[in-house]
Design a binder for this molecule. Sequence first.
Ligand code: NAD
Ligand code: ZN
Length: 351
Amino acid sequence: MNTIRINASKSYDVLVQNGCFKDAGRFIKNIFPEGKIAIVTDDTVQSLYADELVENLKSCGFDDVFVFSFPHGEKSKNYQTLIDITEFLAEKNLTRTDLLIALGGGVVGDITGFAAAIYLRGIKFVQIPTTFLAAIDSSVGGKTAVNLNAGKNLIGSFYQPELVICDPKMIDTLDDVYFDDGVAEAIKYGAIMDSKLFELFEKSDMRQNLEKIIVRCIELKNIVVTEDEFDVGLRQLLNFGHTIGHSIEKCSNFKITHGHAVAIGMAIIARGCVKLGITPENDAKRLISLIEKYNLPTKCEFDTESLYAPAVSDKKRTGGDITVIVMEKVGGCVLHKIPVEGLKELIENGR
Ligand SMILES: NC(=O)c1ccc[n+]([C@@H]2O[C@H](COP(=O)([O-])OP(=O)(O)OC[C@H]3O[C@@H](n4cnc5c(N)ncnc54)[C@H](O)[C@@H]3O)[C@@H](O)[C@H]2O)c1
Ligand SMILES: [Zn+2]
């Protein structure tokens, strides 16, 4: 078993191994010997994996296991679903000593984590990520949130899980478009802090090395989260491509999914930064070629103004400045503070 110990304000293990979902009940028993369990999931994941998890938990002696599911997709990541989850928990009389399980992708993980943070002022939760993106990124590190009409992830909290159980085999059932969302985040890790990983993506096919890649990405996330759990410094590197990516998601009314939008965001920043002399042309080319190798987009139809407006309302803004993550070389990104108007120029140059 690959075990990565996350050292945030709370320490917890991330378990990664092909086929380990069948042992989820046993792993949960180790950290949560008894009590009620509510599994939160979406309709797609429910039909694939919820019954197996319920059976498994029951066989480990958990008698009260409930399932709450909501329609899949980013559109469900809102406060109405959040309230529905917490009403469900109250209806089932879950107390502070009971447990939530997030079974699903990043949408399920983010909203369940937030529900866990606020229900009775905090109840324990476990993440079982089922998408590539959730495995390498959203299930680890404790960022939880839902979207507001004004933008993505605008309400939320930092709230760490008790345990993360990741079975890369579960990703086999994922549609390609969502798999590719994870690919974009994996490329991001390589681009910001691991040139060897970036080279591995260039030389081989990600699907062939999934378990190894997931472990490495989580190790990288651990470095960042250990140093800066609350996102005031180093952790912001993980937002490479995200400020513009979030604008793209919003402009497309969420038809362009998160990773695809981030891929375009990384490409726009890289091209824009070549013009500013920050990113060497060859490094930007490598990044764009790698994005294209995995059939992800590097451009979108939205104009500079449409991309700029939501970006400046992004929560990464501080006063008249905004922090942009720029790539000085493959495997080396830095935080770069610019006046908000500078971002408009960067988008214009990069799109
Ligand atoms: N908290 C963080 O640190 C963090 C980091 C990155 C992204 N995010 C958030 O994550 C979300 C995106 O997550 P996502 O890409 O996992 O999307 P998602 O949760 O919407 O899942 C994508 C789709 O795949 C389906 N699905 C999930 N697992 C499946 C499986 N094993 N087999 C078949 N279908 C499956 C889902 O039902 C859904 O339709 C965004 O809301 C983003 O903001 C959060
Ligand atoms: Zn992301």
